[in-house]
Design a binder for this molecule. Structure first.
Ligand code: NDP
Ligand code: KPL
Length: 303
């Protein structure tokens, strides 16, 4: 059984596609959402039509013990709490995959579980538009890896890749997971907080010269942090990907924009807040990441 922990945008989209491919999937959700999903089913809203799926859902965390694969789809700021909650029920054979943004999820989860955890970087634009509807705005491919990987772990990654391939989800196993994690993290630092503060979609964001200048500054601060940590990045490729975000997902607002709109705690500490923290440690200036972190924290105080 594939366990989907967290029936939000990412959990519902990827879990829904895995279930639609005929694989056994059990969604773990909080009781209100579990009830709605179990009785009314899950909708995936594509641009042309809405796909309706009957799915299996529970709020009984103990059933994690039945899982062959566990996909962690809660926000990164909930990783440690949820890991402690499920640890007593997690079988030693269960493959664990973090499907979250941020640089620190695998390390956090593996510290609690006492074993390695794989990560998936998600290049998709998704949003919940009701308790049982996820709206797809584009993309969808995954990049998988295990931080600190050695060849011995390739079988587990291949098994996870096969699981996604069966559902026609494009997957790449990373040749350099640290580099890929940083690249995705920089993209999130560039867009998530700005989109949240302005409740602005990526196309509108990039069309405004003063905002794209801020994005350049955020990215340059992150590049300097990477250099100081001796992480080799393909800076031109990341800058290109940043331009592509507005082209591929013009109407998407970041997952942080969705959090602010719903008055939920954000992942700011994992994104621009982490850049700020790294800057302090490395004695490097990160003024723009620091200001964005403060502004998002002020938003959170207004809830
Ligand atoms: N949305 C997107 O397009 C993308 C998101 N991501 C990343 O994916 C990760 C997931 O994001 P996303 O799906 O958007 O977030 P959502 O907030 O939509 O989903 C997270 C879900 O987990 C649930 N949850 C939290 N704690 C528990 C718990 N103890 N038991 C069961 N369920 C729980 C939440 O419920 P509740 O809200 O009630 O707390 C919520 O439904 C994040 O790291 C995000 O940055 C990455 C790429 C794209
Ligand atoms: C890929 C992207 C930028 C899509 O919106 C995302 O990761 C997020 O919103 O958190």
């Amino acid at each position: 059984m594939i366990a989907i922990l967290g029936a939000g945008a990412v959990g519902c989209y990827y879990g829904g596609l895995l279930a639609a491919s005929g694989q056994e999937v059990l969604f773990f959700a909080k009781s209100k959402r579990a009830k709605i999903l179990q009785t009314e089913g899950l909708n995936i809203r594509w641009s042309t039509h809405t796909q309706h799926l009957k799915i299996q859902v529970t709020d009984d965390i103990q059933r994690i013990r039945e899982a062959n694969a566990l996909l962690i789809c809660v926000k990164a700021n909930q990783s440690t709490a949820i890991a402690n909650q499920i640890k007593p029920f997690l079988s030693t054979n269960t493959m664990v995959l973090s499907m979250q943004n941020g640089l620190q999820n695998a390390q956090r989860l593996s510290e609690v579980f006492g074993r390695p955890v794989d990560v998936a970087m998600i290049y998709a634009a998704l949003a919940m538009t009701s308790d049982n509807t996820v709206s797809y705005q584009g993309g969808g491919h995954l990049v998988l890896g295990r931080p600190g990987d050695t060849a011995a772990h390739q079988d587990a990654l291949q098994a996870l890749a096969d699981m996604f391939h069966k559902a026609n989800i494009p997957v790449k196993i990373s040749a350099n997971i640290t580099q890929d994690l940083w690249s995705k993290w920089i993209i999130n630092c560039a867009f998530n907080a700005l989109s949240a503060l302005g409740q602005i979609a990526y196309q509108d964001l990039m069309q405004q010269a003063h905002l794209s200048e801020i994005i350049n500054s955020i990215v340059n601060e992150c590049f300097a942090l990477a250099k100081a940590e001796k992480i080799t990045l393909d800076e031109a490729a990341i800058s290109h990907q940043i331009q592509q975000v507005a082209i591929q997902w013009p109407l998407q607002k970041s997952s942080m924009a969705q959090d602010v709109m719903a008055k939920r705690p954000t992942e700011i500490a994992e994104l621009n807040g982490l850049a700020q923290a790294k800057g302090v440690l490395l004695n490097l200036p990160t003024p723009i990441n620091t200001v964005l972190t403060s502004l998002i924290k002020m938003q959170e105080r207004l809830y």
